[in-house]
Each structure stands twice: as C-alpha cells, then as structure tokens.
Ligand binder design. Structure first.
Ligand code: CU
Ligand code: ZN
Length: 196
C-alpha cells in the first residue's frame, strides 16, 4: 500500500519537482523520510531514482529562470530534469559543462562540455560527450520542461568532482557535429550544480 503510493508519488514528484524544490529552499529545513519524498529527492531502492544535484539557473541579467536536477536511477542511466522559463523562442543547445562557475558575464567560466573520453555530438563517430543533451525547442511561452535520459553521465564522478559542473543554455541549436561544442552560439543561461 505504502509502496504503491510512493511509486505513484515519484512520477508526480519528477514532473512537479522544480516548484517543490523552490518552496523547500524558502521554507523550513525538514529531514524526515517523508519530507525527502515530498521534495522529490526520491529513494533509489523504493522509488527507483534519487536526486543527487540541483542547479538554480540564471540568465545573463542575473534573473532566476528555473531549476535543473540530476538524478541517479536504479537502472544506472542518469535522468536530467529541466524546468526553465523566460527563454527565447527557438531551438537551444543545452549541455552539462565541466566547471561549476557561472561568474563570467558570458558564462565562459563554466568551461567546455563534460568530455568523458569522447568527441562532441551524436553525429560524431566517437561521440557524444557525457555533457551533451538533445536540443531544447522552446515555443512562444518561453517555458522549457523536459526530462532526458543520459546513460553516459556518471553524476558522482563527473558532476560532484573538485571543480563541480554547470548547466548551460545556448542562444542557438547544437548541430551535434561541430567540434568541440556543436556551434550553438552564445551562452544565455547558467546554473552551478550543488549537492541536492
Ligand atoms: Cu554548452
Ligand atoms: Zn559536447
């Protein structure tokens, strides 16, 4: 009974996770098992996923535009959950970059893509990078709500390393081929991953 309830809750928690996460950061700290469930961090054995890292994403003017979480799953495939708003309409390259630093005005401080031992893009013979994600198509609402499987991403090794990691949104689309980063243009939003 409880197991069934938590199973269905995990689906709600994934889709509703950013809003819940924002409520949590402004609310009281809770550390009971139930609170962990309700904020969407999940339980690897019970729910099949666990939120390991979270990034609050800002645009070039410093406005907060949403949240990205990285989740370990029981299958071993990482799940990236993106919930952003106020983005320009169009197709945008989105990546996990190798340095947890959004301090530069143009976000170049975040470095290149998390490289693994690969080339950039799914159109490259030795691709893709563990930091590569499919392009995000944003309509006139400016909202981007998407969930991505990423079997190459090892969250503990690649995200929670000494210099951290960052989520980046680009002005244009990734061509999945150009080296080293898909020629997707300026970096228009950035968020540093923190332990969830
Ligand atoms: Cu990028
Ligand atoms: Zn790449």
């Amino acid at each position: 009974m409880l197991r069934t309830f938590l199973g269905s809750l995990s689906i709600v928690a994934l889709t509703g996770l950013p809003a819940i996460a924002e409520q949590h950061t402004s609310g009281d700290q809770q550390d009971s098992a139930e609170a962990q469930q309700s904020e969407g961090s999940g339980d690897l054995q019970g729910d099949g996923f666990q939120t390991v890292a979270r990034a609050a994403v800002s645009d070039r003017e410093g406005n907060q535009i949403g949240t990205v979480t990285l989740n370990e799953t029981l299958s071993g495939t990482s799940l990236v959950v993106v919930a952003l708003s106020d983005l320009p309409e169009g197709s945008h390259g989105i990546h996990l970059h190798e340095t947890g630093d959004c301090s530069a005005d143009d976000f170049t401080s975040a470095g290149g893509h998390i490289p693994g031992d690969a080339e950039h893009g799914v159109f490259a013979e030795n691709g893709p990078h563990p930091g590569d994600l499919p392009n995000a198509v944003v309509d006139s609402s400016g909202d981007l709500n998407a969930e991505y499987f990423n079997p190459r991403l090892e969250i503990e090794n690649m995200i929670m390393d000494d210099d951290g990691a960052a989520f980046i949104v680009h002005a244009g689309a990734d061509d999945y081929m150009s080296q080293p980063a898909g020629d997707s243009g300026d970096r228009i939003a950035c968020g540093v991953f923190e332990p969830a």
